[in-house]
Design a protein around this ligand. Structure first.
Ligand code: GLY
Length: 512
C-alpha cells in the first residue's frame, strides 16, 4: 500500500510497520492545542518537522532531543513536581534513629524507629528507607551528605557539624632544655661563629683608634665580645655610641643588630610555639599522620564517618574500629593503640561537643584533644575550645522523600527558629558548658611552668655561683697579701685610677 492520505504519505514495509511514521507533540492548554514539537522514528523528539529531518543524516543523540516549553495547568511553564500530598487520613510514617550512644540528640518514644536499640542504627539505611518509601521522613541527627541528597530531600540544616579527630592528650613533660629547641645545632653553631666573627671584625676596625679597645689582650677581648653580646640586648644605640667611634665599626654593628633582631624574634616565636602548642600534641598532627600510621582509628557506630574514611580517604577497613557505646568511646581512647584501644576517633562534631561535656564524668580521662575541638578540664567540667580545623564540614537536617512539601514547611520552621535565636539557645543548653569561661581555659593553656625553664635558671644560677666563688677567692687572696703598713690613705684621684681601687676601698671599709 502506498498512497497520500489526509495526514500525508502512507506506506508500510513487509513487516506491516508504517514507513516514516511521524507524530506531532501537542500541548493541551485549556480547550486549545499547541504543537510543541515532533516525534519520528528517524530523529526522535525535535522541533523541526520530520520531513525536513529525513533529508539530513539521522541524529538521535539525546542532546538533539528538544521540544518547545509546555504550558502546564495553572498557566505556568514550571514543570510540576508531581508530589501529591495524601489526604486520605493515613498518618505520616516518621522514623527516628534509635540511638544507643549520645541519646541526648534523639530518643525513641513509640512508633517507627531506625535501629534495634542494641546498636546505633546505620543512618545510611534510615535515609535509604525514606527514599524507598518505607517512611515518609526521618528526623534526628542526620548528617546531610552528598550521597544522601541524591535520594532524599533535606530540610534546611538545624545544626552545624563536620568530622573531627578526637585523641587523648599525652602527658608530655616539658623539657628543661626546651630553650635550645627553637634552633638546630647548625643554627646555634653558625650564630656562635658569627658572634666571634663580628667581634673580631669590630676589634680590627676599632682597636687602632678607640682607646676602649686598647690595653692588655684579655681586656680587649672582653670589651669586644661584651659589646657584640650587648648589641643583642636593650640600649643598643647607647652602647654603640659609647663604645665605638669609627663609622665602619658602627656599620658592622648595625648589620649585626639587624641579624640579631631577626634571630631574636624568630627564637621567641618558635620557643613560644614549642612550649605551648607541642605540649598539647598527642603525637597526631592531623588526619594524614593518623591515616599513615597503622594504629586503629575509631568511628562511632552508624555514622557516615565509616564510609567517608573508606571511600574518600582510602583508609583500610581493617584499620577502623566501630565504637558502639559511650563507655567504649572512653576506654578505647584511654587504652590507646598499644593497649587494645584506638589512636584516635573520627567523629561528628556535635557528638564530640557532647562528649567533651560528659568526658569529665569518666575518671582518668582528663584531657581530650580533637582537631577542631580541645576538651580540657581546668574547671570542674570539661571545656571545649574551638578552632576551625575540620576534615569536612557538614550539617544536620531532617530527611524527606523527594519533593515532599513537608520538607519546605519544616525548613521554614527551622529558619524561623534560627532567626529568632532559638536554635542557638538549644545548642547552648545541650552542648555548651557556660559555667566555665573559655578565657580561663585559654589562659591556663598558655601559662608556662617552671619546668620549662629550670635549665636556664640552673645555668644562670651556676654562673652567679661561680662568679661569687671566684670573687670571694680573689678578695681572700688580696686580703692575705694585704699589708696595712704600705697602704696609702685614699685621696682624691682621677676616675680611671679610682675604679681600679674600688675593691680595696671596700676592703678597708670592712676592716674598720
Ligand atoms: N549523624 C550520623 C550520620 O548521619 O551518619
Amino acid at each position: 500500500m502506498n498512497f497520500t492520505g489526509l495526514t500525508g504519505q502512507i506506506q508500510f514495509d513487509p513487516q506491516k510497520d508504517l514507513i516514516h511514521p511521524a507524530y506531532d507533540v501537542l500541548n493541551v492548554v485549556g480547550t486549545g492545542l499547541r504543537t510543541i514539537g515532533y516525534w519520528s522514528n528517524y530523529s526522535g523528539l525535535s522541533v523541526i518537522t520530520p520531513e525536513v529531518l529525513y533529508t539530513k543524516p539521522a541524529n538521535t543523540s539525546t542532546s538533539n532531543q528538544h521540544l518547545y516549553n509546555a504550558i502546564w495547568p495553572g498557566e505556568t511553564t514550571k514543570r510540576p513536581r508531581g508530589w501529591v500530598f495524601p489526604n486520605n487520613g493515613k498518618p505520616l510514617r516518621i522514623a527516628v534513629p534509635f540511638r544507643v550512644t549520645f541519646e541526648e540528640f534523639v530518643k525513641k518514644d513509640k512508633g517507627p524507629a531506625g535501629g534495634d536499640g542494641k546498636r546505633n542504627p546505620s543512618f545510611n539505611s534510615i535515609v535509604n528507607d525514606v527514599a524507598q518509601n518505607k517512611y515518609d521522613a526521618a528526623v534526628g541527627d542526620i548528617a546531610i551528605t552528598t550521597n544522601r541528597t541524591r535520594i532524599v530531600d533535606f530540610t534546611q540544616p538545624y545544626m552545624e557539624s563536620g568530622l573531627v579527630v578526637v585523641a587523648p592528650v599525652k602527658e608530655t613533660k616539658s623539657s628543661p632544655w626546651a630553650f635550645f629547641k627553637p634552633f638546630t645545632i647548625q643554627m646555634w653553631g653558625v650564630t656562635g661563629v658569627f658572634f666571634l666573627f663580628v667581634g673580631s671584625v669590630v676589634w680590627i676596625l676599632e682597636h687602632r683608634m678607640n682607646p676602649e679597645f686598647r690595653g692588655p689582650p684579655r681586656k680587649q677581648l672582653i670589651t669586644v665580645f661584651w659589646l657584640v653580646l650587648l648589641t643583642a640586648t636593650t640600649s643598643r644605640e647607647t652602647r654603640i655610641r659609647e663604645n665605638t667611634l669609627s663609622t665602619l665599626g658602627r656599620c658592622v654593628l648595625i648589620f649585626w643588630l639587624f641579624v640579631v633582631l631577626i634571630i631574636n624574634s624568630s627564637y621567641t616565636a618558635s620557643l613560644t610555639s614549642i612550649l605551648t602548642v607541642q605540649q598539647l600534641s598527642a603525637g597526631i598532627t592531623g588526619i594524614d599522620s593518623l591515616i599513615s600510621s597503622p594504629d586503629p582509628i575509631g568511628v562511632q557506630d552508624g555514622s557516615f564517618a565509616f564510609n567517608y574514611l573508606i571511600d574518600e580517604l582510602h583508609v583500610p577497613k581493617s584499620q577502623l574500629r566501630i565504637i558502639k557505646s559511650e563507655a567504649e568511646y572512653v576506654s578505647a581512647l584511654q587504652q590507646g593503640p598499644k593497649g587494645g584501644g584506638v589512636a584516635a576517633i573520627v567523629d561528628e562534631l556535635p557528638y564530640v561537643e557532647l562528649f567533651c561535656l560528659i568526658a569529665n564524668a569518666y575518671s582518668g580521662l582528663k584531657q581530650i584533644e580533637a582537631e577542631g575541638v580541645l576538651c580540657l578540664s581546668p574547671c570542674d567540667d570539661a571545656q571545649a575550645i574551638w578552632s576551625t580545623q575540620r576534615l569536612i564540614l557538614t550539617v544536620f537536617g531532617q530527611a524527606f522523600q523527594r519533593d515532599s512539601p513537608l520538607a519546605i514547611d519544616l525548613s521554614t520552621a527551622i529558619l524561623q527558629l534560627s532567626e529568632n535565636g532559638e536554635l542557638q539557645r538549644i545548642h547552648d543548653k545541650w552542648l555548651s558548658n557556660n559555667e566555665c569561661s573559655s578565657q580561663n581555659n585559654q589562659v591556663d593553656d598558655t601559662v608556662l611552668s617552671l619546668s620549662s625553664f629550670w635549665g636556664l635558671y640552673v645555668i644562670c644560677g651556676g654562673a652567679c655561683a661561680v662568679s661569687l666563688v671566684v670573687f670571694i677567692c680573689k678578695v681572700y687572696c688580696q686580703f692575705l697579701r694585704y699589708d696595712p703598713e704600705t697602704e696609702e690613705p685614699e685621696i682624691s684621684e682621677p676616675e680611671s685610677a679610682r675604679s681600679s681601687r674600688r675593691s680595696l676601698t671596700v676592703r678597708v671599709a670592712s676592716r674598720t
